[in-house]
Design a protein around this ligand. Structure first.
Ligand code: GLN
Length: 196
């Protein structure tokens, strides 16, 4: 299984490192030809609006969208979660996504209270121990479709519980960045459970 990391913008190097730590040699994907060579894809954290415009410039936007729709295992963290969502609130005018997961995400949802924070997230499906999760201007999931499995939620400073990790079949998304910690359980879960 060849795992690609979309390497247009954002923390793709950290995802490549996380893959290495899991014993997998990831490959950078920027072009349609590079996309064709991979069986699975990771979309990094960064800035979703920039990822969309660079993906269009590199002519990889539609090819990725098609691969996702036709079953390529894909994991997105933070901006990557936004890219996998079917719907966005607080989107930039006309902001497009690859889509695939039947969720509505709110961009920068945690951002108004605190730009960045660390939390322990319970996600028993992914790991028996709490996951060390870093949130940076992170989205949360506001609406979840019938076929979406909620993997983790945390309490926001509004006292409400918010969904921060989901799976829909071959697609996995987290609002946080496991790639910038040394907890590789989300990557392992993606490789061992979602990609199989
Ligand atoms: N706020 C960013 C966006 O809307 C995501 C932030 C991140 O990936 N850390 O794309």
């Amino acid at each position: 299984m060849r795992v690609g990391v979309l390497a247009l913008q954002g923390d793709f190097r950290e995802h490549l490192n996380a893959l290495t730590q899991c014993g997998v040699q990831g490959v950078e994907v920027r072009t349609p030809a590079e996309l064709e060579k991979v069986d699975a894809l990771i979309i990094p954290g960064g800035e979703s609006t920039t990822i969309v415009s660079l993906a269009k410039t590199f002519e990889v936007f539609e090819p990725i969208k098609r691969r996702i729709a036709s079953g390529m295992p894909t994991y997105g963290s933070c901006a990557g979660m936004i890219m996998l969502a079917d719907h966005i609130v607080a989107a930039k005018d006309g902001q497009e996504t690859f889509g695939g997961i039947d969720i509505t995400v709110r961009r920068n949802a945690f951002g108004r209270q605190v730009d960045s924070f660390e939390a322990e997230v319970l996600a028993p499906e992914i790991s028996a121990s709490p996951i060390c999760a870093i949130f940076i201007r992170a989205p949360w999931v506001e609406k979840v479709g019938q076929d979406v499995q909620v993997l983790a939620s945390i309490e926001g400073s509004d006292g409400q519980s918010h969904v921060v990790a989901v799976r829909q079949g071959h697609l996995l998304a987290t609002a946080f960045h496991p790639e910038i910690t040394d907890d590789y359980s989300v990557h392992r879960y993606f490789l061992e459970k979602v990609c199989r």
